[in-house]
Design a protein around this ligand. Sequence first.
Ligand SMILES: [Cu+2]
Length: 389
Amino acid sequence: MKCLILRVLAVLIAASAGQAIAAGADCATWGGTLLKWPAAAPVWEMCWVRPSQSVASDGSGLELRDVHYKGILVAKRLHAPILFAEYRGSSTCYRDWKDANANFAATPPVRNQLGVPGTFIATTTCDVSNAATASYQNCPWNTLPGSTFTSADCIGGAGGVAIEDMGDHVVLTTQYSASWYQYTSRYAFWENGDIQPEFGFGNSNGTNNNLTHWHHNYWRFDFDIDGSDNNEIRANGVPQSTEFTGLRSLTGGPGGGVTYWDVVTTKGGFGYRIVSGNGDYTPANESGRNFHTVDVIGSRFINNEYADRANNNLGDCEMQAGNIANGQSIADTDVVFWYRTSVRDANGNNWPPNCSGASCEPQNSMVCKSGGPTMTRIGDWPIYRNGFE
Ligand SMILES: [Cu+2]
């Protein structure tokens, strides 16, 4: 009873102070399947959506909606609606689709439900692809040396999402295909509030791995810290007032290149810091084709603006960031942060440019590469509301 009185009191105080009242994920409104983790005393709540059901033109991969941490809204939507492959020394390039569920390995207790994984953790084509030139085809990757996977370990033709309770964090994993490419999308949500998105760029049969090429994934992080209004984006701590594009810097800092971005609520100053991962430093426009020239975009939220283009035509190979960052105010409003992770797959004889023999990067095109930022809580979060003391 005492606890209930305290809780009612806390809600009344929060309401009178004009603060949002703590809440959980509302999947009846947002769609998707409710995940509460840990099951007994949840700190994370969200609605998850498999690639085939995701929003945006030709999908947006693994999509998470109405994400809450300890009763406070973190994000309206986390997803990856823009995806490309581009090739060196050829006119070929693709804007890929993101809505074709694909097969990967996951133990039955974690298939499309929260569970403890047991004998192995969710494993994708990217996860097993560690050889320079080998193609392992599809789960259970019968040509993988030493593999113990069997077809019963594979999640099945309809695909889905593995949701693994790892004790101090929960991991959501899925795989989707665009022809021979097999993309891993994975998120870890930690007890302390950290979020780690990971994107892996796999290939099932080796097609086009004789060409040095790049893959680009653009996440769309629609943060809504403690509500959709009154948010702002800071670059190296500096609030941004207008939509922007930017480049990441490994060695920058105050006055120099941007090494981190924050999305915070101006009412309370708390939010998330986004720091690039080690795998994310493939430079913008490394191919020289001028298709991918920015690492991040800060934009104002616009309903149904999920990409730089309204369609997803396979041949539209240029990321037109200026269609998203086109001069609108982003001060103290509903904002979206876009983040590119790219990798390079080298064929062994033409990278870097003008290389020959031993001066070329050895072939690594079938070694699956992955990357992604780390997002950590910053500021003074009101995590004591609504019984989360
Ligand atoms: Cu590749």
